[in-house]
Design a protein around this ligand. Structure first.
Ligand code: NAP
Ligand code: HSE
Length: 432
């Protein structure tokens, strides 16, 4: 086959964009062998063309999208700039003009993924986004292709590298939350606004994308329940460790009958569970299907080169598709409408840490409030005094969130309770 050079533009030259540019150079022989073609990065879109860019020649930089859109030689758009606008407009215009698109932008894909996939299908162009979920880990393509016959019922995983890095540092080194976050930012793991990571929104976006693909039913980002790690304290980490757990930010998307449960929140995971050993910026995703059984995917979830590797994997696919006239087979379009359950109707086990008064009968009063709301007690794990106060740590049985919240409201108003310090969900196997 004649060696054809395909031209591409990268939108963004930050952490991921600079990695993509570097990797495209390193892969040139590999690409030629595997696809029969070569890739040339013709332009790189940035906001500030004066700024020094890591390894990217200044003459490639432009701040004008129209220069790229109207350049008919550019056939592939690699969007790694992030945010909803102008990324949504640029990708839409690229698709309308017949350019192939690769994106790492979960913010955009969680909100407009289905709209863009439909547009790409109409115009027979590729729209690939492996890097949008779990960095270097292949999970989008397995869900769209290899596991489509798996009769999937559950996805559970650690899908945010920044928070996993922070929780690892807090657990293993006793590092303060703020310092660990600063380090995660320095490594390039965090989003431009790290609130997105620590409040659980980034993981929520990824679970919306994974849920939509796994169950062929559009999961709106606004339907995902999200709770981040900002309220996790060193004391919670201490107690979790003492009682054989680690705290992780976990995303879950599962089917429960004809409904979906999609949520992100911190969770106590028993230290023997495989997710407990997923440390640092690593991510891991478990997938269970009635036909496929269990599968687990693990790897680096964030950072310059791991993310660039996922982006470039998609670029190689697009290059091959272009050279073999095979673009436009994206998959992933939702054709069902399964409702997402309100969080109040879902079930969880809870770790509850209370400051209690020393009055006789306190424990009985607390147990009675829990019991009258249908909350069973699996373990009263401790009565500690790490700060000179009486702390009661309870692990409940599985209970509907509404009942647990009602019990908590009553407890908060009781004279026996001086404070509710923590309420964190606890892992318990639960499949629909
Ligand atoms: P970043 O370091 O903040 O880089 C963003 C780049 O995009 C910058 O070069 C910026 O230009 C450019 N940009 C932003 N808005 C622009 C606009 N309106 N016009 C032109 N250029 C614009 O971000 P990043 O960490 O590389 O992340 C990029 C994307 O990859 C995001 O969608 C992110 O969620 C996703 N992602 C990141 C990771 C990771 O580990 N970092 C992993 C997976 C996915 P200036 O430099 O001139 O400001
Ligand atoms: N900020 C994200 C994370 C980047 O920490 O996981 C990868 O999507």
């Amino acid at each position: 086959m004649e060696n054809k050079t395909v031209k591409a533009a990268i939108l963004g030259a930050g952490t991921v964009g600079s990695g993509v540019y570097a990797l495209a150079g390193m892969l040139s022989d590999e690409m030629l062998q595997k696809t029969g073609g070569s890739l040339e990065i013709k332009k790189v879109l940035v906001r500030d063309t004066k700024k020094e860019r890591d390894g990217i020649p200044g003459e490639l930089l432009t701040d004008c999208w129209n220069d790229i859109l109207t350049d008919n030689e550019i056939q592939i758009i690699i969007e790694v700039m992030g945010g909803i606008e102008p990324a949504r407009t640029y990708i839409t215009e690229a698709i309308l003009s017949g350019k192939q698109v690769v994106s790492a932008n979960k913010d955009l894909l969680a909100e407009y993924g289905q709209e863009l996939l439909r547009l790409a299908e109409e115009h027979a162009v590729d729209l690939l986004f492996e890097a949008a979920v779990a960095g270097a880990i292949p999970i989008i393509r397995p869900l769209k292709q290899n596991m489509t016959a798996g009769l999937l019922t559950e996805i559970m995983g650690i899908v945010n590298g920044t928070t996993n890095y922070i929780l690892t540092k807090m657990t293993e080194e006793g590092m303060e939350y703020a310092e660990a976050l600063k380090m995660a930012e320095a490594f390039g793991y965090a989003e431009a606004d790290p609130a997105s990571d620590v409040e659980g929104y980034d993981a929520g976006r990824k679970m919306a994308i994974l849920g939509s693909l796994a169950y062929s039913s559009e999961v709106a980002f606004s339907d995902v329940y999200m709770e981040g790690i900002t309220r996790i304290t060193a004391d919670d980490v201490y107690y979790a460790k003492e009682f054989g757990y680690v705290i992780k930010l976990v995303g879950i998307a599962r089917t429960l009958g004809e409904r979906l449960e999609v949520k992100v929140h911190p969770m106590l995971i028993p230290k023997e569970h495989p997710l407990a050993s997923v440390r640092d910026s690593f991510n891991a995703v478990f997938v269970h299907g009635e036909a496929s059984g269990d599968a687990m995917f693990m790897g680096r979830g964030a950072g310059k080169m791991p993310t660039a590797s996922a982006v470039m994997g998609d670029v190689v696919t697009v290059l091959r598709n272009l050279l073999h006239d095979n673009c436009g087979w994206n998959g992933g379009i939702a054709y069902k409408k399964l409702p997402v359950m309100p969080m109040e109707e879902t079930k969880s086990c809870f770790f509850l840490r209370l400051l209690v008064s020393e009055k006789p009968g306190s424990l009985g009063n607390i147990a009675s409030v829990l019991g009258s709301n249908g909350v069973s007690i699996d373990q009263v794990v401790a009565k500690h005094t790490i700060h000179g106060a009486n702390e009661l740590v309870i692990i409940t049985g599985s209970v509907m969130e509404r009942n647990f919240n009602n019990a908590l409201k009553t407890l908060e108003g009781m004279p026996d309770i001086e404070g509710v310090c923590a309420k964190i969900r606890v892992y318990r196997e639960q499949r629909g």
